[in-house]
Design a binder for this molecule. Structure first.
Ligand code: DOR
Length: 428
């Protein structure tokens, strides 16, 4: 497997093109010249790199609304450059990075610095700015100036906004600026010191539990505020049946709300913690099987708009601590398609629907319009083999960190290649 610069001319042949912008499939070859789609006849065959896509679907590159690249401050865990390689290997061509860096991204200067640093990387980096200064939950950050500097959304990621009035004011700003607000959906007091889902298993293990109620209470308050202000709320990483039901009800009543689910919450459950494995410690926690099914049903019926990874790299030293000490989070970019495709197709969703949830779904949350896959469009493509069965291993990880409980899992559906104007990833 290799990642490198995009060759001048590429022909992707033998596959089926699924265009999420139109919802249509066709059996055609796709040709790319200097980063744009062109007519295949215009390629100089002698100078063309050919990608054999037999049995594969070719579609728009994936978009991740929720990743942590740890720059600035914790470049030992991930940098913009290493995160971009991990993203490309996972089929992503655009990634939103969260502002819980050290220091947090809460000023227009910080937004601009990240955008400048990420120019020329193989995936497009979009920046999410902090809602409050220093992520302290008290004073609103410079939302208007950050938006002007290029921020695409706002969040105090990882730190829920406890003060409803602060979030209310932020929602008015978000409405005016035409961007979504993302509030980490866990009531901090109900969550308390919980390190896993609260239930029979946490009791048996003797570990402090984080109840489903912690998510449901926060999501409900945030939905009320969104409905009241008319501001755009995007609910991150839905993990409980209760919260999925609330989003469904508020959407039906016309509230301006969107939501995401992570591959880990739709594919994995609390059972992974039975051996006290801190690799499976994440916020919000892996939940019960009935919660997992409710998240899948939410993706199926459109309550949940998209899949987002919550890629959260941590060092081996930190993650090898015990369940109480280890930090929350798992990496997710490289395994996202495999995990989601395995779980969702098992539940009866089509591969095309899974691709929608990774392309048009997240694009819709940010009001981005995806160009149809036809000559003239910028080449942002992923080639996936829906039938490939494989075991996710360390050799598939491009991130600087290795913290994921997905290692060793059998997955169905695999990214074979990703192309962006600045990069090419070729898997096996
Ligand atoms: O598990 C998590 N890790 N959840 C979050 O909300 C934050 C993230 C991180 O930054 O490590």
């Amino acid at each position: 497997m290799a990642a490198g610069a995009l060759p001048g001319q590429i022909l992707i042949t033998g596959g089926r093109v699924y265009d999420p912008a139109t919802g249509k499939s066709r059996r055609v070859d796709l040709a790319v010249k200097r980063g744009r789609l062109v007519e295949p006849e215009s390629l100089d065959r002698g100078k063309t790199t050919v990608i054999d896509a037999a049995g594969c679907l070719i579609t728009h590159g994936f978009i991740d609304l929720h990743a942590h690249f740890r720059e600035p401050g914790r470049e030992d865990k991930e940098t913009l450059a290493s995160g971009a390689q991990a993203a490309l290997a996972g089929g992503f061509t655009r990634v939103c990075v969260m502002p819980n860096t050290e220091p947090p991204i809460d000023s227009p200067e910080a937004v601009r610095a990240l955008l400048e640093k990420s120019a020329g990387l193989p995936v497009e980096i979009m920046v999410i700015g902090a809602i409050t200064a220093g992520q302290q939950g008290v004073e609103l950050a410079e939302l208007r100036a950050m938006r002007a500097a290029g921020a695409v959304a706002f969040s105090d990621d990882g730190v829920p906004i406890r003060n409803g009035q602060v979030l209310r004011h932020a929602l008015y700003y978000a409405k005016d600026l035409g961007v979504p607000l993302i509030n980490h959906a866990e009531d901090p007091d109900l969550r308390g010191a919980g390190v896993m889902h609260e239930g029979a298993l946490s009791t048996r293990l003797g570990l402090p539990g984080n109840p489903a109620l912690a998510e449901a209470a926060m999501v409900y308050r945030d939905l009320l505020l969104a409905a009241d202000t008319g501001g755009r709320l995007h609910v991150p990483h839905l993990s409980t049946a209760e919260a999925v039901a609330q989003v469904r009800a508020f959407k039906a009543a016309g509230a301006h709300v969107t939501a995401e689910a992570t591959p880990h919450h739709l594919a994995l459950t609390e059972e992974l913690l039975a051996g006290y494995d801190p690799m499976a410690k994440v916020a919000p926690p892996l939940r019960s099987e009935s919660d997992r099914r409710a998240v899948v049903a939410g993706l199926q019926d459109g309550t949940i708009d998209c899949i987002a990874t919550d890629h959260a790299p941590h060092t081996v030293e930190e993650k090898e601590q015990d369940m109480l000490q280890a930090p929350f989070g798992m990496i997710g970019l490289e395994s996202a398609f495999g995990l989601a495709h395995t779980a969702l197709t098992e539940a009866g969703l089509t591969t095309e629907k899974v691709l929608d949830l990774l392309t048009t779904g997240p694009a819709g949350v940010l009001n981005l319009e995806l160009q149809p896959l036809q000559p003239g469009a910028v080449a942002e493509l992923v080639v996936v083999d829906p039938a490939a069965e494989w075991t996710f291993g360390p050799e598939h990880i491009h991130s600087r960190s290795r913290n994921t409980p997905a290692l060793g899992r059998r997955l169905k559906g695999r990214v074979r290649a990703t192309l962006s104007p600045h990069g090419l990833y070729l898997g096996h």
